[in-house]
Ligand binder design. Structure first.
Ligand code: IPM
Ligand code: MG
Length: 360
């Protein structure tokens, strides 16, 4: 089959990690008889430099016209880059929010897996890790406080700012369904995270999740307050299978989840909507301080490409093959600097990509 992939290298380490993911996709194509065609799309700081805005209408249209989107990362150093002296809607991250909204990608899947080969990098004690953990954060991505009305103004000589956090039941229902569907394919346990002791949106969230849960009697569901969840993730991460939550809580908890694995450079993510088209990107950021130095770990992006094959193209064997190749290269002891440990062999971004592509 032929697949058209919109590739957004973005900023910082984005271009170098995306290059390695495309290398691995090409190896998969050669082995299984697929052609992956890439259309490069500008987004983030590079787009600001070239066009004045972080995502042009044409760039969004090109992404829409593709079969799926592979993204590196966007953004620069907040303290240093000129991009951050622009108004908020013209900064690099606004491009990311605009593409999520523009493509209707309301469901963000962020797996948090402890790779057995990298157990040493996990900051948690052995007795907490036990046999390892493997859960996924299902984050609502196009609603809540990220997209509610906001304003900054002066009232009676006092500067004031307001952000609002709207959710309607349809937005909650569709993301809850996704979480239950994902749970059906995994451990059949959903923890729905909210702040129902304070927020109206959370109280509605709880009601709607309970309604959706009735359609999935095989799935065990429970509610957890977000502050408690932040604690439970470091206390006993094994308890989680699917963590369902709204946009901002998901932003925060998914960073925490990736940190407890100890290997943020390994974690992929998928943003999905109603159709087949998705946006796949590593869970980590653009790491401008190491950009262009062949130091970045390309594995999260390579595993994001595997998620693309699995979720957008239904190419299960091909996705399994990428994941197995990554496992093999780790078993052989190859490591980028972020996951390096005693007795292992240090490689750069490009060599890591080469080695994984060779194992396909
Ligand atoms: C993420 C990022 C973004 C978000 C930023 C860059 C706008 O932190 O994908 O988690 O908050 O969604
Ligand atoms: Mg984030």
């Amino acid at each position: 089959m032929d697949y058209n992939i919109a590739v957004i290298p973005g900023d910082g380490i984005g271009p170098e990690i995306v290059r390695e993911a495309c290398k691995v996709l090409d190896a998969v194509g050669a082995k299984y008889g697929h052609t992956f065609r890439y259309t490069e799309v500008l987004m983030g700081g590079v787009s600001i430099d070239a066009t004045g805005v972080p995502l042009t209408e044409e760039a969004l249209a090109a992404a829409k016209a593709s079969d799926s989107v592979l993204l590196g990362a966007v953004g620069g150093n907040v303290g240093q880059s000129d991009w951050y002296s622009l108004p908020p809607h013209l900064r690099p991250e606004a491009g990311l929010l605009a593409i999520r909204k523009g493509l209707g990608l309301f469901c963000n899947l962020r797996p948090a897996v402890l790779f057995p080969q990298l157990k040493g990098a996990c900051p948690l004690r052995d007795e907490i890790i036990g046999g390892g953990f493997d859960f996924v954060v299902v984050r609502e991505l196009t609603g809540g406080v990220y997209f509610g009305e906001r304003k900054t103004f002066t009232e009676n000589g006092v500067r004031k700012a307001v952000d609002t956090m709207p959710y309607d039941e349809n937005e909650i229902r569709r993301i809850a369904k996704w979480a239950f569907e994902v749970a059906m394919k995994r451990g059949r346990r959903v923890v729905s995270v909210d702040k129902a002791n304070v927020l109206d949106t959370s109280r509605l969230w709880r009601q709607v999740v309970a309604e959706v849960a009735e359609e999935y009697p095989q799935v065990t569901v429970s509610d957890m307050l977000v502050d408690n969840c932040a604690m439970q993730m470091v206390k006993d991460p094994k308890q989680f299978d699917v963590v369902l939550t709204e946009n901002m809580f998901g932003d925060i908890l998914s960073d925490e989840a990736s940190m407890v694995t100890g290997s943020i450079g390994m974690l992929s993510s998928a943003s999905l909507g109603e159709g087949r088209l998705g946006l796949y990107e590593p869970s980590h950021g653009s790491a401008p301080d190491i950009a262009g130095q062949d130091k970045a770990n390309p594995i999260a992006t390579i595993l994001s490409a595997a998620m693309m094959l699995r979720y957008s193209f239904d190419l299960t064997a091909e996705a399994d093959c990428i994941e197995a190749a990554v496992g093999q290269v780790l078993n052989e002891g190859w490591r980028t600097v972020d996951i390096m440990s005693d007795g292992c062999k240090l490689v750069g971004t490009k060599e890591m990509g080469d080695r994984i592509a060779e194992r396909i």
